[in-house]
Design a protein. Structure first.
Length: 122
């Protein structure tokens, strides 16, 4: 498959849905924090990646993905372009976004602050 990307990271904040007019199309947007390592230093950086999930997949994202949850996402890489005002001037901004095709939840579900996740043995 051409243009395929897989990332592992943690969800930054609750996914947000946006519906488009009469068409009924919906996009759910969220971002994940991906750790980036350098081969020359021990420094660790965090890279934020925006993710878009459309229609039915977006509905599943709204029902299952929460802030702090570790996820594996798969999709295709796209470039989002929009304009915004910076210092009184209109500028074009381009940034990468992943168009989600599938995802997997990892690890325990995040709990309230201060609580540690409890392992369930069966």
């Amino acid at each position: 498959m051409n243009n395929s990307i897989t990332l592992v990271g943690h969800v930054g904040k609750e996914p947000q849905a946006k519906t488009f007019g009469d068409t009924g199309n919906k996009v759910v947007k969220f971002s994940i924090a991906v750790k980036e390592y350098s081969s020359t230093t021990d420094a660790e950086k965090t890279m934020w990646i925006d993710v878009d999930a459309w229609n039915g997949l977006g509905d599943r994202v709204l029902n299952t993905i929460t802030t702090g949850r570790e996820v594996v996402i798969q999709g295709r890489l796209a470039i989002a372009t929009y304009s915004k005002e910076v210092n009184g001037e209109r500028v074009q901004v381009t940034k990468p976004v992943v168009k989600l095709t599938s995802y997997h939840l990892c690890g325990p579900k995040p709990t309230a602050k201060g609580e540690s996740p409890k392992a369930v043995l069966r």
